[in-house]
Design a protein around this ligand. Structure first.
Ligand code: OOG
Ligand code: NI
Length: 319
């Protein structure tokens, strides 16, 4: 079958038109995210204030239900259409999740020149719940909402929903939310947040000193009164020692369930990533080091703990 990307005009995919459209979509997603998540907004503002800093996003992340076209592919389509490349798979058997990440198109379109979504195009991390591995009860709830969404092809409108900040399915009842949360907090999160941005990640190594060191940055976050996800330790380090990540604990937002009950539910968080220079480029003078010389990709062990940024344990944790 013909790939989706090839059906678009090459100039749209690789030229100014496509680049500017994609950035407009990302900007709307970011707008929804910043309006709902005061911690993320404050951290971006504080980082920008530091020496008139321009910020680069390392990656953006989304969550999905892996069933009937509503999984990773429902969200990845947009990015593949605009020149992204699918990269490695990550699996999380205990959490019943899998993820794929997508690499941005090569320069010049990837560069941007501005800050945030107007800077270098970010990597994209999309995960999905392995719905068929859930209990029958949980599967029934998920199939109900995904089915209602499917009736109006909601999975083909994931980017639109994300940019608008709305769900592609009706609001669930409080008991359905709780039922899912008992089995998988990821499932419950996805039921009430849908395709909205799960987090954006600030590229720490691209900041000015001293905040270009993630330990200094973590201190900066805590000095400003924000709580970091402490699961497995605040700093998550890949086995090769080259990918360092940390994240805040998600903000919460009041959610009105279909039965009229209103309760606050976890929303989104902000992540920080420092990618160190690969051993084969260690000799390069610092001013010649570019993103391609650094550790790329993601790490299962780090990601497994970062997922916990929206968990009840982390949200209710005292200091
Ligand atoms: C994604 C957690 C993993 C990373 O950078 O490894 C992650 C999520 O919470 O949906 O963000
Ligand atoms: Ni992330």
């Amino acid at each position: 079958t013909m790939s989706h990307a090839s059906s678009l005009h090459p100039q749209l995919v690789q030229g100014q038109v496509g680049d500017s459209f994609l950035r407009n979509v990302l900007s709307s997603m970011e707008h929804v995210y910043l309006n709902r998540n005061p911690t993320a907004k404050a951290m971006l503002d504080l980082t920008t204030d530091h020496d008139n800093q321009s910020i680069c996003y390392d990656h953006l992340a989304f969550r999905t239900f892996g069933v009937d076209g509503h999984g990773i592919e429902s969200m990845s389509k947009l990015f593949l259409d605009f020149g992204y490349t699918q990269m490695e798979e990550l699996t999380f058997p205990k959490k019943k999740l899998r993820a794929l990440w997508f690499s941005p198109p090569p320069i010049p379109n990837g560069v941007g020149g501005g800050s945030g979504v107007h800077g270098p195009l970010p990597r994209i991390f999309i995960s999905e719940l392995l719905v068929h591995q859930m209990s029958r009860q949980a599967q029934e709830i998920i199939h109900k909402y995904v089915g209602l969404s499917g009736a109006t092809a909601g999975h083909e409108r994931s980017a639109l929903a994300s940019a608008l900040g709305c769900l592609t399915w009706p609001k669930p009842s409080h008991s359905e939310f709780q039922q899912l949360a008992r089995e998988s907090e990821y499932a419950a999160w996805t039921l009430v947040n849908g395709y909205t941005l799960n987090h954006v990640t600030i590229s720490i190594h691209r900041l000015k000193p001293p905040l270009n060191d993630i330990n200094n940055f973590n201190q900066f976050v805590e000095d400003n009164g924000f709580k970091l996800n402490s699961e497995g330790g605040v700093l998550k380090v890949s086995p090769d020692g080259l990918l360092l990540q940390s994240s805040t604990v998600a903000d919460s937002i009041p959610f009105q369930f279909s039965d009229g009950f209103t309760e606050s539910v976890p929303c989104s968080y902000i992540e920080f990533a420092q990618r160190l220079v690969l051993p084969q480029y260690k000799h390069l003078p610092q001013h010649e080091v570019e993103e391609v010389h650094r550790r790329d990709g993601f790490e299962v062990g780090n990601a497994d703990k970062i997922f916990e940024s929206t968990s009840k344990d982390q949200l209710t944790r005292k200091a």
